[in-house]
Write a protein that binds this ligand. Structure first.
Ligand code: S3P
Length: 432
């Protein structure tokens, strides 16, 4: 286990072209490459634990992966092969849920497992609708918990109305629909991130999205992907918050996806008083450009209760901005936070209280009374976003964070970038 100490910093002006590549898009690059019969070309694939696990699974299914001069080539097998070992998704809910949808119709026997955190996360949200259309899936607690086993089977066409706005559930069902026996429809209560629809459409799949998504089954292999993965706005957001809370702070984040379903947290930061500028530079599968965030004076408290799916991953970092804002901030309708890599409602509230901030847990969110962040020792709860959020709080008051290895799941060079604006120290258990 590793520890991190972060000491307060002064004003900074950071230009960053090294934010981790997008995690959601990288997972999809690896999995969707199996839907073509020709090699996909991927530049800037995220080399973090979660997405490397996904790539390893794709290889276990028969794909060949090569990288030359920064270009990764994923050559799919003629037909995916039945693996002779379990498929380990590590910490990644995205990988596990998307593979459920992908493998459900593929002849063969598959076992999906993950680390101790992932094995506690609910999978019924995908195993139940998939079972309803003929998939043979099982797991602990009646198919809710991994390890999950899948016996590929013919799937029936469906009209599914999901009770949750989840891109993982949606993507699993779209992948299932592509190999079902007829046209399918999928409806969600609120649009969730739409990388799957955009990327598959770019590969030639027949997917229409209005209020409802209509998916036609594949008639043959799709076009391969040819993509440069943009920077991850969720990873970049830690530095956006840093700029918003440190007087004289400014960050330029380059080549990040500006997909509206991913950048709502930047809008909230703007509402709180930070200066946020978005500059679109290109559009390939998604709009891509630069985001500039500048400290705009004292932040104001804010209520966040809408478009939660568009900022769910940024809420822990946003809670640090809320903790230093004037007045009360409220987060509502965000019960999904309880089933992320950790119970993020409990971990955020506990962490903020340790920093001397008044924070109250609600069933579906929390309330934070802005104040002055004090020095604290924080447990990451094994959750990368909790670890990185409180590391950013360390720019205002010295923080010690326990168990930072989880940062490797999404943002391996986070500390290198943080080091440019703060004094940091890391050490292993047993070292001084
Ligand atoms: C993701 C979807 C979201 C998000 C997760 C990545 C994806 O999860 O929180 O980090 O890549 O599809 P849900 O689908 O559970 O909302």
């Amino acid at each position: 286990m590793r520890y991190l100490q972060v000491k307060p910093a002064g004003a900074f002006d950071l230009r960053c072209d090294a934010i981790a590549p997008d995690k959601s898009i990288s997972h999809r690059c690896a999995i969707f490459s199996l839907l073509s019969d020709r090699p996909s070309r991927v530049v800037n694939y995220l080399k973090a634990e979660d997405t490397l696990n996904t790539l390893a699974i794709v290889q276990q299914l028969g794909a060949e992966v090569q990288e030359r001069e920064g270009i990764m080539t994923i050559t799919p097998p003629k037909t995916p092969q039945e693996p002779d070992d379990v498929l380990d998704c590590g910490n990644s809910g995205t990988a596990m849920r998307l593979f459920c949808g992908f493998l459900a119709s593929l002849p063969g026997h598959y076992v999906l497992t993950g680390d101790r955190y992932l094995r506690k996360r609910p999978m019924k949200r995908v195993t139940a609708p998939l079972s309803q259309i003929g998939a043979k899936l099982d797991g602990r607690e009646e198919g809710n918990l991994a390890p999950l086993c899948i016996r590929g089977h013919r799937l029936r066409a469906f009209n599914y109305e999901s009770p949750i706005a989840s891109a993982q559930v949606k993507s699993a069902m779209i992948l299932a629909a592509l190999r079902s026996d007829g046209v399918c429809t999928y409806k969600e209560p609120e649009l969730s991130r739409d990388h799957t629809e955009r990327m598959l459409r770019g590969m030639g799949a027949n997917i229409e999205s209005w209020e409802t998504i209509t998916i036609e089954p594949l008639r043959g292999p799709l076009e391969p992907l040819d993509i440069r993965v943009p920077a991850d706005p969720s990873s970049a957001f830690f530095f956006a918050v840093a700029a918003a809370i440190v007087p004289g702070g400014r960050v330029v984040i380059e080549n990040v996806t500006l997909n509206p379903t991913r950048i709502e947290a930047y809008e909230v930061l703007k509402r709180m008083g930070a200066r946020v500028e978005l500059v679109e530079k290109e559009n390939r599968y998604e709009p891509i450009g630069d985001i500039v965030v500048t400290h705009g004076g004292a932040l104001q408290g804010v209520e966040v209760s809408e478009r939660i799916a568009w900022l769910i991953d940024e809420l822990p970092a946003l809670s640090i901005a809320m903790a230093v804002a004037k007045g009360r901030s409220v987060v509502k309708n965000a019960g999904e936070l309880r089933v992320k890599e950790s119970d993020r409602i409990a971990c955020v509230v506990e962490g903020l209280r340790r920093c001397g901030i008044e924070a109250t847990e609600r069933e579906d969110g929390y309330e934070i009374e802005g104040g002055e962040i004090g020095s604290a020792e924080i447990d990451s709860c094994g959750d990368h976003r909790i670890a990185m959020s409180f590391a950013i709080a360390g720019l205002l008051a010295e923080m010690k964070i326990t168990d930072i290895d989880c940062i490797e799941t999404s943002f391996p060079n986070f500390l290198e970038i943080l080091e440019k604006i703060a004094k940091i120290r890391t050490w292993k258990e047993g070292e001084a």
